[in-house]
Design a protein. Sequence first.
Lengths: 503, 96
Amino acid sequence: MFNNITETSQEIQAGSLAAEDLIADKLEEIKKWEPHVNALIEVLDDDAIKQAKGKKEGLLAGIPIAIKDNICTLEGHTRAASKMLENYRAPYEATVVRRLKEAGAVIIAKANCDEFAMGSSTEYSAYGPVKNPWDTARVAGGSSGGSGASVATGEVLAALGTDTGGSIRHPASLCGVVGLRPTYGRVSRFGAIAYGSSLDQIGPFTRTVKDSARMLQVLAGHDPLDATSSKEEVPNYEAACGKSIDGMVIGVPAEFFSEGVDQEVTKVIKDAIKNIESQGATIKEISLPLTDAAIPVYYLLAKAEASANLSRFDALRYGKMDLESDDLIERYMEARGKGFGPEVKRAILMGTYALSAGYFDAWYKQASRVRTLIAQEYEQAFTEVDAIVGPTAIEPAFKLGSKMDDPLQMYLADGLVVPASLPTAPPITVPAGCASVASTPRRARPKLNAKGGSSESEVGSSLMMPVGLQIIAPKFQEERLFQIGHAYEQAHEWYKKIPEVPK
Amino acid sequence: MQITKEEVQRIAKLARLKLTDEEIKAAVKDLSGILEHFSAIQNIDTEGVPTSDDASGLINVMREDIAEQGSIASGEDVVNAAPETKDGQLKVKSVF
């Protein structure tokens, strides 16, 4: 069974596997899995078969890849999983999609996600939630839930997602696959529907760390169409896989193991850290005191930027809507009221509030200043350590619906991925095994105000769900992520576990 | 950190969002709770700290002002993505 890029690519280039056969095989897999997971919002059957013909050369020749629905493709629709863009067909493709195609990849589907990339569980998709392939009563994480789930099932060999405050890493961790958020500016954002422009990054989901390195090799590099894209040289990422980590200094922040983090997750991660130590790395306890400030800072900035970015959706430029009013302003209000889902509306309200006269200094500007302080904390830490590690998610996959009545709880689920989104430091998540969800604390305690919710236990489940190890490197040092990630991954080979289609 | 119903209505109008009564009620509750939690950042001392407007570290990224016709998409394709067009232009309701 072909479930990683490195091995599959060898077969295709050697001629022992035809790309057309691989794609036909994957289209069958997709038919089997989709009724259970709803990971792929649109399957591009005919386009994929056409693309696959004769593919043999190229780093990703013949490799089937799913593209998150908020990234523009010429094939199919680009809906950002919203009703607002239900009929929208992008007139151009994103730079990342063009680069994948130039490397020989086959764009096989658009992946389901939270609407406009806002969410932590993919329950806010206007096209139904994505279910975790390891337990379809649970979420796949978000916002790139479809990307994570479809790589976990093996429906595709890689997927693109976007990560603004953890939207690649969180679902990757919950679905048991590798998810990379590149340094801001490493990968072009041209063609990605903007959520928070100072935070968004496109990144790959893959089965293994080496695959992730290859994907970044193809995606990275300066793009004149993205004014925030970096001219920093692109090194050989795959070469970092296999380098020894002996002598590296790895920082472990105390704040990443606070009481808001599930104890079973902590156990798994502490084991992972022991393994890294056994491979010759020095573990150093560090402190990142502003970790708990990250959630408020991130959400205030992201929602403020989102409120500006989403103001372009007016039912005049991008998608048809049937509206009752005749007056221009009334039509804007009606269209946006109908076309946007609850989380998007909440985001726009919060963002507009934070930016409005009288509140701008106290909220937006303050958050922006604290972001600088957080970035300084990381810079300081990286003078003492080569990389920072910890858990990716505060808990394994939670039950569908369990956080829908409390938006704040949904936000707090991102407690460990959001901090690394704020400086430009790139993080990766690598599967670290599974944790029991028998006694998952349902309510995370909001640390800053110490107001505390109640702690409820999950009844009766002895299920084990994936846990991810997050590794953070200084900016443009993604090679360290692959070096450490690969070394840890090869010691355990969690990637060999594949979920089975439910009966 | 109580947001009032009037505040929500004001912000919704600024953001051009038509909300039902239910949605306004929910927004009052949700936003108040969320902002209460977030208000703790007011206690962080940011005296003299610059804002972080500049995520990329780049300044004045420019190019020559030369039009490259159809290099990304044809003008027709871009206009035709809109729901209502006429003569290569977008149709909108009158503003007066």
